[in-house]
Design a protein around this ligand. Structure first.
Ligand code: NAD
Ligand code: IPM
Ligand code: MN
Length: 375
């Protein structure tokens, strides 16, 4: 029996999660897998009603689960960051989900965003998920130093004290610091190179900006070289700006990319465009020895929320990633195949790829395909 916490969240989160749950029910029935779901109503509505973001008591209940399935968080009525940092990032950090696994695969039947018939998009992103510019170190300095006196300025934001010099408002300063630790880099790189080896991939591309952020990504590179040697898998270094170019011009060359947190966030939205759009992109926040959390790459999409227009495929494929991680790899493969069959048929497509199929009808199509193959 696997115990799964469900956090539908905001916007289209509940709409796409509903379809993922229906698919999970169907495959669990067919494969005699026992899944127990408990829903947690976190998100904008809960926050606006109670002022609670993520109570400690809820975290404790989540600790007893085998996995978390999440829809999306974020709402225009709530200041940016309150829900995203307060729930999503807090969960990733609390459960030390240091791997953000994001497969970028263009399934048959989905129009490619690239010109010509470019079908060879099939790469894994392993995004570091707990460090870099996401560590939450930062602040603002409004008083305490003049522009020319860097030492005073540094002291002022170390101590945040008022040394009695009035700053002009142009001198107000905001800063946010990125951190890479050797251990943090090593563990995600071990995961990435281990995954490459297990999938017989013969190249790992490390993405960074070591030509400017020389300290952080210099350390990262040292660890990449060591992990590459340790696992016997070849690797290359590429700068993030060039990767953005190559992903469009020559996506076929990439097999597995390992990235620090922020660049991974940005490049996986670009990856999502290559796989047909954000609605198709799944992800897993993984702690190989703990509670992992699965969610589509997209956000709460307030522009289409409540209209039945959302594509549930990313959420459904995220639930397949969850099954795989829970040890049900056959069931995971069946879900992926059912999605692939439905897309290849071409009869069903949500509006994001020019179709007229609603969110729930897309779910129906996958459920029916699964039911058809398991009978
Ligand atoms: P978004 O991913 O919500 O939407 C970007 C665009 O893609 C929108 O035009 C949207 O309609 C479209 N889109 C997204 N998912 C889709 C789907 N399944 N089917 C069809 N179209 C889809 O990003 P945004 O607009 O930048 O952010 C909206 C909110 O979501 C913000 O509050 C943001 O912080 C939050 N967010 C949350 C997560 C998460 O929970 N994991 C991820 C990204 C953004
Ligand atoms: C994602 C999102 C999150 C991130 C935000 C909402 C905190 O963009 O999952 O890609 O930056 O990781
Ligand atoms: Mn993102």
């Amino acid at each position: 029996m696997s115990k799964i916490a469900v956090i539908p969240g905001d916007g289209i989160g509940p709409e796409v999660t509903r379809e993922a749950l229906r698919v999970l029910d169907e495959v669990a029935r067919g494969d005699s897998i026992s899944l127990e779901f408990e829903e947690f109503p976190l998100g904008a509505a809960h926050y606006l009603e109670t002022e609670e973001v993520l109570p400690d008591e809820t975290l404790e209940r989540l600790e007893e689960k085998d996995a978390v399935l999440l829809g999306a968080l974020g709402d225009p009525r709530v200041k940016p960051g309150v829900l995203e940092k307060g729930i999503l990032l807090r969960l990733r950090f609390h459960f030390d989900q240091f791997v953000n696994l994001r497969p970028v695969k263009l399934y048959d039947g989905i129009p490619s965003a690239l010109s010509g018939d470019r079908r060879g998009v099939n790469m894994w992103f392993v995004r570091e998920n707990t460090e870099d510019f996401y560590v939450g170190l930062g602040g603002r300095v409004t008083r305490g130093a003049s522009r020319s006196d860097l030492v005073l300025k540094r002291k002022a934001y170390e101590a945040k004290f008022d040394i009695g010099i009035d700053l002009k408002d142009e001198e107000e300063m905001a800063y946010q610091i990125g951190v890479i630790t050797r251990g943090g880099a090593r563990r995600v790189l071990d995961y990435a190179f281990g995954l490459a080896k297990s999938k017989d991939l013969d190249l790992v591309t490390s993405v960074d900006k070591a030509n400017v952020l020389t300290e952080m990504y210099g350390l990262w590179r040292e660890e990449v070289a060591e992990a590459s040697a340790r696992h016997g898998v070849p690797s290359e270094f590429q700068y993030v700006d060039a990767v953005a170019l190559h992903m469009i011009r020559n996506p076929e060359r990439f097999k597995l990319l390992v990235t620090p947190n922020l660049f991974g966030d940005i490049l996986t939205d670009l990856g999502a465009a290559l796989q047909g759009g954000l609605g198709f992109a799944p992800s897993g926040n993984i702690n190989p020895d703990g509670v992992s959390m699965f969610e589509p790459v997209h956000g709460s999409a307030p522009d289409i929320a409540g209209l039945g227009l959302a594509n549930p495929v990313g959420a459904i494929l995220s639930s397949a990633l969850m099954l795989d991680t829970l040890g049900h790899s056959d069931a995971a493969a069946k879900v992926e195949e059912a999605v692939q069959d439905v897309l290849r048929d071409g009869e069903h497509g949500t509006p994001d790829i020019g179709g007229t199929t609603s969110t729930s009808k897309m779910g129906d199509a996958v459920v029916e395909r699964l039911a058809g193959t398991s009978r």
